[in-house]
Design a protein. Structure first.
Length: 160
């Protein structure tokens, strides 16, 4: 029983360390264009200009959407779209409205276990810094929700 409680506690505590990193969309491109994060972290796309949509694609630089991939829907100026990445993977995405994708509005997220702090790809000049700790997303389990569920589960396991 102790093993179960300890395993549960370890699984619950990990989301506490999740952070949110920001990718901006300004003047027709994503900044940073590439980012490396750890599993459990969240990307927040912030829209600084007209209507945009964040759409998952099949490959780097592609304008072809991934069947069953994420799609933010139309986001107005000043709005954000959050997405938490729970497992190691490489995710490609594009601007989903108008001709911005054809003009190079694409990006890549590398989700790697044990990843160092996020950095920009070759087109960027600064390191992307976390903007906050866990944030609430749109209808899926975010680190913040996991923390609340985790605390209740942890104390419940201690009672066993």
């Amino acid at each position: 029983m102790k093993f179960s409680a300890l395993s549960l506690a370890a699984a619950i505590v990990a989301p506490v360390f999740a952070v949110t990193y920001e990718i901006g969309f300004n003047n027709g491109s994503f900044v940073p264009k590439e980012i490396t994060i750890a599993p459990g972290n969240t990307i927040r796309w912030t829209n600084a200009d007209g209507d945009h949509a964040i759409v998952q694609t099949i490959a780097a630089g592609s304008c072809n959407a991934t069947a069953g991939g994420f799609n933010s829907g139309t986001k107005k100026k000043g709005t954000v779209y959050d997405r938490t990445f729970l497992t190691p993977t490489t995710v490609f995405y594009k601007e989903g409205l108008g001709a911005n994708c054809q003009k190079g509005a694409t990006g890549t997220i590398f989700v790697k276990a044990g990843a160092p702090p996020p950095t920009m790809g070759p087109s960027g000049t600064r390191t992307a810094a976390p903007i906050s700790t866990a944030t609430n997303g749109a209808g899926f389990l975010t680190p913040e929700k996991a923390v609340y569920l985790g605390v209740a589960g942890f104390f419940g396991a201690l009672a066993l």
